[in-house]
Design a protein around this ligand. Structure first.
Ligand code: KG4
Ligand code: ZN
Length: 346
């Protein structure tokens, strides 16, 4: 039947995540171990360090996910794991864990594409979301507009020709001297609420955030802001200047998304006139300003916005488990690996 229980494992970037999900959409458990402290300390992801951090917690994260779900390995229908895109050293930690577990308990494996998982988790959140639909994926490394025609049938309408929006958020936050213990996005969102200012124009369905990053740099230099002083200790004037830059950045960054989505909706409607939804997912989709502005865009086009809750927008195991279920249902999976597979085979 269709009563499946799948474990999902995600280690493509800086979060080690696992979750157990049922095919009726029930999330039985969700565990994330974040490397935020490492990130703040070193100002970015160093692959070797990230790999070690994943390796250190992977067993515990997976065990916690199974325990919280009250599911034994033998009850699983399959194990789903992110196989890319991402840092290969990091991906290997998750894939090895998945193969090891699947081999020991003779479970099929579903290899999951990270970006497909970000997109498809919207169908867990909103069960009546049918193909075809339009997807905007916005994260630290990706900026994609995709027409999802069916499971596994994706037409790329636009992508980042240089930096993705999350990268611009992170650098803006860093250069403004904001608290980096969380990622840059939330810090900018918070500071930007203090002011609002104008914007500018572009033309196809691709994205470019490198120029905006440079403008932020220049603005910080020209205003002579001393970013060495933490925001909480800065003068009112200095704080206003920083808020002003954060807000100007966010306005332009999101306006760029709005314009592209508007055009992509027109393009998508030409290919698939029946689309009714724009799915927005990826870490940046947890931003309230982004959601509000894109909601206005879809309303003007008589579509509906589907935006997963923040915990399912940022990297997580649920989206991997769910995408595993979608593929498993259609017979797309690999047979169990041998039980005695050597550790270094992947
Ligand atoms: O999807 P994700 O967790 O990891 C990648 O696959 O990249 O996205 C991480 C990105 C980071 O750039 C982070 O700054 C951004 O999502 N982000 C935000 C917010 N929360 C996370 N950007 C803007 N506003 C937010 N509230
Ligand atoms: Zn991601």
């Amino acid at each position: 039947g269709d009563d499946l229980v799948v474990l999902g494992i995600e280690t493509s970037c800086d979060d080690t995540a696992a979750a157990v999900v049922r095919s009726n959409g029930e999330i039985l458990s969700q565990v994330v171990s974040s490397q935020a402290d490492l990130l703040a300390q070193y100002g970015g992801v160093a692959p070797k360090m990230a790999e070690e951090a994943h390796a250190k917690v992977i067993d515990k994260v997976v065990q916690d996910a199974l325990d919280k779900a009250k599911i034994a390995e033998t009850d699983l229908s399959a194990v789903a794991v992110t196989i890319g895109p991402g840092l290969s050293l990091c991906l290997r930690v998750g894939v090895q864990k998945a193969r090891n577990l699947a081999g020991r308990f003779t479970k099929p494996i579903v290899g999951v594409h990270h970006m497909e998982a970000h997109a498809l988790v919207a169908r867990l959140v909103k069960q009546e979301l049918e193909f075809p639909f339009l997807v905007l994926l916005i994260s630290g490394g990706h900026n994609l507009l995709i027409l999802a025609r069916d499971l596994g049938q994706y037409v790329q309408l636009g992508t980042a020709i240089d930096d993705a929006i999350g990268e611009a958020y992170d650098k803006t936050a860093k250069w403004l001297g904001l608290d980096m213990r969380r990622s840059g996005g939330p810090a900018i969102e918070e500071l930007a609420r203090e002011v609002q200012t104008p914007m500018k124009q572009h033309k196809d369905c691709n994205f470019s955030y490198a120029g905006l990053k440079t403008q932020v740099r220049l603005a910080i230099e020209s205003k002579k802001i001393n970013v060495e002083i933490p925001l909480s200790f800065s003068s009112v004037e200095d704080r206003c200047s920083r808020a002003d830059i954060a807000a100007s950045f966010q306005r332009v960054a999101v306006l760029h998304l709005e314009e592209r989505c508007e055009r992509a909706i027109d393009w998508a409607m030409n290919i698939e006139p029946s689309i009714k939804h724009l799915v927005v997912s990826g870490g940046v989709a947890s931003n309230q300003y982004v959601r509000a502005r894109l909601d206005e865009v879809v309303k003007r086009k008589s579509l509906q916005l589907v935006c997963p809750p923040p915990s399912l927008c940022t990297d997580n195991g649920v989206m991997v488990a769910w995408t595993g279920i979608e593929h498993f249902r259609m017979g797309r999976f690999d047979p169990p690996p041998p039980a005695d597979e050597p550790e270094d085979v992947v």
